[in-house]
Design a binder for this molecule. Structure first.
Ligand SMILES: *Cc1c(COP(=O)(O)O)cnc(C)c1O
Length: 384
């Protein structure tokens, strides 16, 4: 009885209005009604990225938009600089390798964001400008660490380095402050199923003028992901193939909700939930994975379980006893952490329920935690 608590950091819960919009009958994607929808959406999507440039929308998961960012801007054998901030950064660089790029992956401890000091060193050493692109994951969903993209931009500018800046915002867009134009990002990659409060199935590339110029000479094979035919059809509100019509209905509702609330307020409430969650974790006597005060994620919190405890057993107990799904530790963090998603369609009482379930579940799973955790979160929420 009651509702399932889906508190993984994506896919997230969808607002009723979004689900109702998606349930409407599918229309002709080559007809005038669709063209009007497409035209509206392609404008309404821009402010969420902080851009006035085009945003390409794919009927695909976020992984597709990763590939699109690479194949539309880069050529075989070109060098890419990437940072091992966690599982998703590692997967993106693996894809770059598979596509025939040469990747310099800066090792990381999965507890910090992009190290801009190392970035500055690599850029300074690259006097021949061989690095064609710098790839960063804005919000590492596997660790709950948010990299400071404005500082990445500053390092590129200070080095007067012409590399493209490609950024994955799949779990930050619509929940953590992000500015495609202001931060000089060339391709921003995003997905529908996290901060945008939609089911999985849409992904995005926001594209700068510099990225469009790089497109002209990029020679990696591309077909489905090719920007040009999409951008051309988009001028008429259309797609070159069947778009995910019903998800686009939902996207319009979600974008209207975000616009009505205002992005500043959207970012502020996610930060507040993040602070409340950290307060609980610390009062329980557990550790947050992220080690840098400036990098705590607004969309999720990764919690380290004590040595000898299997985090997956804790999650299994919580699922069985309270019907709540929490995020697993990914890659080398498997069994060592669990992740609490506080993004998407969410509110204070859901956070309180989530943290209450985690507190009780930890106890049931034999992890001794101080019961003051939940109260510490309530105190943060009360202060506003
Ligand atoms: C979820 C996620 C992905 C993968 O996206 P899919 O939609 O599963 O393909 C990539 N990067 C980050 C940061 C993510 O959170």
């Amino acid at each position: 009885m009651g509702r399932h608590f889906l508190q993984i950091p994506g896919p997230t819960n969808c607002p009723e209005q979004v689900l109702r919009a998606i349930a409407a009958p599918t229309i002709d994607h080559r007809g005038p009604e669709f063209a009007a929808l497409g035209t509206r959406l392609l404008e309404k999507i821009k402010p969420v990225f902080g851009t006035t440039n085009p945003v390409v929308i794919y009927p695909a998961s976020g992984t597709g938009a990763w590939e699109a960012a690479l194949v539309n801007t880069l050529s075989r054998g070109q060098k890419v600089l990437a940072f091992e901030t966690g599982h998703f950064a590692t997967l993106w660089q693996k894809m770059a390798l598979e596509l025939g790029l040469e990747v310099d992956l800066v090792p990381g401890d999965w507890r910090h964001g992009v190290d801009t000091a190392v970035l500055a060193e690599r850029l300074a050493a690259d006097t021949g400008h061989e690095i064609a692109a710098v790839c960063c994951v804005h919000n590492e969903t596997s660790t709950g660490v948010t990299s400071r993209i404005a500082d990445v931009r500053a390092a590129l500018d200070a080095a007067e380095h012409p590399a493209l800046l490609l950024v994955d915002t799949i779990s930050s867009l619509g929940s953590i402050d992000y500015r495609h134009d202001e931060w000089g990002v060339d391709v921003t990659v995003a997905g529908s199923q996290k901060g945008l409060m939609l089911p999985p199935g849409l992904s995005f590339n926001a594209v700068s003028d510099k990225a469009l110029a790089a497109y002209e000479t990029a020679d990696l094979p591309r077909s489905f992901w090719d920007w040009k035919p999409i951008l051309e059809a988009n001028t008429r509100g259309m797609w070159p193939y069947t778009p995910a019509t019903n998800l686009l209905y939902g996207l319009e509702v979600a974008l209207d909700m975000l616009a009505e609330e205002g992005m500043e307020q959207v970012f502020a409430r996610h930060q507040r939930w993040s602070r409340a969650t950290r307060a609980a974790v610390e009062a329980w006597g557990l550790e947050v994975l992220c080690l840098d005060e400036r990098e705590h994620s607004g969309s999720l919190t990764a919690v380290v379980v004590p040595d000898g405890v299997d985090a997956d057993a804790v999650r299994a107990t919580i699922l069985e006893r309270f019907d709540m799904s929490l995020g697993a530790g990914l890659g080398k963090l498997a069994g060592k952490i669990f992740r609490i998603g506080h993004l998407g369609h969410f509110e204070d009482l859901s956070l309180i329920g989530t943290l209450g379930g985690v507190q009780l579940g930890l106890g049931l799973a034999g992890v001794p935690v101080k019961p003051e955790g939940l109260q510490a979160a309530l105190d943060v929420l009360e202060r506003g």
